[in-house]
Design a protein around this ligand. Structure first.
Ligand code: SF4
Ligand code: ZN
Length: 269
């Protein structure tokens, strides 16, 4: 597979972004977001990076170092969001607090916070789009998990570009690696000598996703692509074609599906 060709085809097919727009790349320190930033920069897109520092020990420090090194090499600005400083609580304190009220795992809680922070920071930095490093394997996993849970409609708000949310405070999110196989991304990152963290966060609690990941890892690239193409075919029938109308959270003012957004529901501020 020619990664660069596929990347450019995905941008073109879904009109993900153009060169006049400012794009904020959500950098995690891993290979996928590193390749996303590298390719966008290589093909002349106007990008900046954001790293959310969860401060969970050496893993966070290693990721931060990798992000800084990448941004220096690409000559792009990078913003560091220190969760402890900005939210007044470390992510570990947040996990504990939320788990007293809700039966959720660390990753699910992180996910809510990361989305909230990304959108708010993207608006503050006046960017047009947020780019994330989600790849074909991630998308197949998420789709299958929703199908297995009996809720395929949960995937309706997914795809290479998330646009079906009509709200001026919601910054569209794009996934230029949507059709790229994880193993190819890894090879590409190594070939281009990108610095990234290979280890895993030791607080990961994605047991269900882990099981689905093991299954997806056994699938060929062709089968993964077939699943995603079928997902695109059925998605129009499970989603309500109207754009999702958001309200604003009564506590923080961010776009929300209910009166209070998930993040404020979790921590009550
Ligand atoms: Fe949070 Fe899970 Fe990522 Fe660790 S692996 S930082 S717990 S989302
Ligand atoms: Zn809120």
């Amino acid at each position: 597979m020619n990664i660069e060709k596929k990347f450019l085809e995905t941008i073109k097919k879904y009109r993900l972004c153009n060169k006049k727009e400012k794009i904020l790349v959500a950098l995690s320190g891993g290979k996928d977001s590193a390749v996303t930033a590298y390719l966008l920069k290589k093909f002349g897109y106007n990008i900046e990076g954001l790293y959310i520092d969860l401060k969970i020990g050496k893993y966070s420090d290693d990721c931060l170092n990798a992000v800084n090194e990448l941004c220096e090499r690409l000559k792009i600005k990078v913003y560091i969001y220190n969760i402890k400083e900005k939210q007044g609580k470390s992510i570990k304190e947040i996990w504990e607090l939320v788990k007293k009220k809700k039966d959720l795992n660390n990753c699910a809680i992180c996910g809510v916070f990361k989305k909230w922070i990304l959108n708010k920071e993207a608006r503050r930095l006046k960017v047009n789009k947020i780019a994330t490093g989600h790849n074909l394997d991630d998308e197949v996993q998420t789709f299958l998990m929703n199908v297995l849970k009996g809720s395929p409609e949960l995937s309706a708000n997914s795809g290479a570009i998330i646009m079906n949310i009509s709200d001026k405070k919601f910054i569209p999110r794009i996934k230029p690696l949507f059709y790229l196989d994880e193993s190819e991304i890894l090879k590409y990152a190594k070939k281009n000598k990108l610095v990234f963290v290979q280890g895993k966060c030791r607080y990961s609690q994605e047991s269900y996703r882990g099981e689905v990941r093991d299954f997806v890892n056994k699938l060929s690239f062709k089968n993964k692509t077939n699943i995603i193409n079928n997902f695109e075919n059925i998605i129009n029938s499970v989603k309500n074609n109207k754009k999702i109308k958001m309200q604003y959270c009564e506590k923080c003012g961010e776009p929300s599906r209910g009166k209070i957004c998930k993040k404020c529901e979790f921590v009550g501020f």
